[in-house]
Design a protein around this ligand. Sequence first.
Ligand SMILES: Nc1nc2c(ncn2[C@@H]2O[C@H](COP(=O)(O)OP(=O)(O)OP(=O)(O)O)[C@@H](O)[C@H]2O)c(=O)[nH]1
Ligand SMILES: [Mg+2]
Length: 352
Amino acid sequence: MSAEDDIKRIKEELAKIKHNKSTEHYIGHLKARLSKLKEKSTSKKTGGGSFAVKKMGDATAALVGFPSVGKSTLLNALTSAESRTAGYEFTTLKPIPGMLEYNKTKIQLIDAPGIIEGASEGRGGGRQILSAVRNADLLIILLDPRKNRLEIVRQELYDSGVRLDQSPPDVLVKKTVKGGLVVESTVKQELSMDTIRGVLKEFGYVNAQVLLRQRLSVDELVDALSDNRVYVPSLVVYNKVDKLSEKELKNLKKQHPKALFISAKNESGVGELVRAVWEKLDFKRIYLKKPGRDPDYDEPLIMRGLATVQDVIKELGKDFESARVWGSSVKHQGITVSLKHELNDEDVVTLS
Ligand SMILES: Nc1nc2c(ncn2[C@@H]2O[C@H](COP(=O)(O)OP(=O)(O)OP(=O)(O)O)[C@@H](O)[C@H]2O)c(=O)[nH]1
Ligand SMILES: [Mg+2]
């Protein structure tokens, strides 16, 4: 029996089982097994190949969606890249990168071929496409409002190991030489210890110290133990709003209050989209200032996420011991801060 047959059989079985306390252990076993089989079959089939795009710029955002939703039209509107667009499906055959500059930041944008239902199982070359976008720092899910396939796209991403807008489960596993499985939890778990140990065993842990620091579902526990999970933020964007009546657009906005609404063709709403992309990528522009000189506002150091003075020093690759900071992260302008101090966007830093 091939891994594919096994995967299919386990999925069918999972679909049939009723979820309750008495089946929890067995479900855990099946889900762990499924994850391992998928990992094995994916690593065999995807090598990146011609679909691999080298990451460039300060961060990478990838466009994902069904065919013909306007991904290439949007890439062309936002960057100087020229990706073929057409009124038929599967126009784009491999990922096309472009570069977008905003707020002194370079954002690489990847236009990917369209994915369809079953992509995570390889339909329509889906595996290759998903493996090309999964390493992006942000996924822009582009949709045609007339064919709203948001849930399908999300499910395909989920099934290929992409976890949108969530952080990795807080689980620490340390393999040991002997002593069996020692499982501790800082919070009360819903899952029984029997289920947790069963899943750990399925992943091959015989001797290990395991610390669970959050309440976990079976899926989260399996995620924590699987190698191929990525945790990526996302934006939901409805394109082609020029085709909607005012009333239709109003209803759509009501249904999806967090989404963005654009027309890539007319380039309307794209300014807001670029701003949202920039904000979602959590950039910090740090202006460096040599003592006695003006800050360098032209070429900020671009950081992402949490950025401490220490991170800045590391990025510069030089030795500094002290820092003064001006900007919104300090109460007193120009004060000397510790190296652990967290910087905000547009802070000015003098290192010495
Ligand atoms: N009315 C309207 N049409 C659009 C818009 N954006 C794209 N289109 C049209 O939709 C069709 C598909 O656009 P593409 O950009 O090729 O779509 P894609 O998502 O890259 O498609 P694949 O490469 O096949 O996955 C083309 O005919 C575009 O002109 C838009 O905002 N409004
Ligand atoms: Mg395209």
